[in-house]
Design a binder for this molecule. Structure first.
Ligand SMILES: C[S@@+](CC[C@H](N)C(=O)[O-])C[C@H]1O[C@@H](n2cnc3c(N)ncnc32)[C@H](O)[C@@H]1O
Length: 234
């Protein structure tokens, strides 16, 4: 990066440290160029030019083919879905296909951490671009909104935008603290009668987080196919 621009960024970041926390965040994403354009929450804005990159199809994922997806969609009849932890979008595609009228917000930081090789080449597709490509390939670019922020920042932004959901899928970090924080935070955006579910209930961190949450809220939880947990909001 040229020196003038770098110095400008550093100056702007230094100024931020005197600002209020929310201002700090807004300025940080502006300076670092990381905030997705959600002003109009218009999915079309995110996919411009992605087809011209000529990326290959690459769509693996975890447990997205399970029957529980059909069950939760049938129960929640979602018009709005939020997926926290999306990766290449396999789960998002499954939910969007099962709920053809729903808008889906996909929250992920899309770090390319799974492969050093992918990061080495400046021409390598980033995970984020791969996700966008995948959505275009299956014709979901009008209904799937990427939210390229950490879970907690995405939560604050969507809450500020008054977004609520009928179905929320939690599948981001799986350690106890992150899973518990995701469940209790995103629960606030779940509509009454809605369903929250998540993957990897067979992992200790996730299981502990789910058990703590349901015992605090005195809610029943169903475990499905040895992997998924499902909680309905009364
Ligand atoms: C197991 S993968 C998600 C798989 C996806 N649900 C599917 O069906 O294929 C977990 C994803 O969570 C994302 N993630 C982990 N911690 C996160 C956080 N704090 N905020 C946002 N995304 C996070 C990772 O970047 C990763 O892409």
């Amino acid at each position: 990066m040229e020196r003038g621009r770098e110095a400008g960024r550093l100056e702007a970041l230094a100024e931020m440290s005197n600002a209020e926390p929310t201002q700090q965040w807004t300025s940080a994403v502006r300076v670092l160029g990381g905030e997705p354009d959600l002003r109009e929450l218009d999915p079309a804005k995110f996919y411009e030019g992605i087809e011209t990159l000529g990326l290959k199809d690459e769509l693996e994922g975890w447990h997205f083919d399970k029957k529980v997806f059909e069950e939760v969609v049938a129960k929640a009849k979602p018009r709005v879905i939020i997926e926290v932890g999306t990766w290449k979008g396999a789960g998002a595609i499954r939910m969007a296909n099962l709920a053809p009228n729903a808008r889906v917000y996909c929250v992920d930081i899309w770090r390319d951490e799974e492969s050093i090789e992918r990061q080495k080449s400046p021409l390598a597709p980033t995970l984020y671009k791969q996700f966008l490509h995948n959505m275009v390939r299956v014709g979901l670019e009008k209904r799937v909104v990427p939210v390229a922020l950490t879970s907690s920042h995405a939560f604050r932004m969507l809450r500020n935008k008054k977004v609520t959901a009928d179905l929320i899928y939690i599948d981001a970090d799986h350690d106890f603290r992150s899973a518990y924080s995701d469940i209790s935070m995103w629960w606030q955006l779940l509509n009454r009668g809605g369903v929250m579910f998540g993957d990897d209930a067979n992992q200790a961190g996730v299981a502990g987080a789910v058990l703590r949450f349901i015992s605090e809220e005195a809610l029943p939880c169903r475990f499905a196919e040895n992997q998924h947990w499902v909680i309905e909001k009364p």
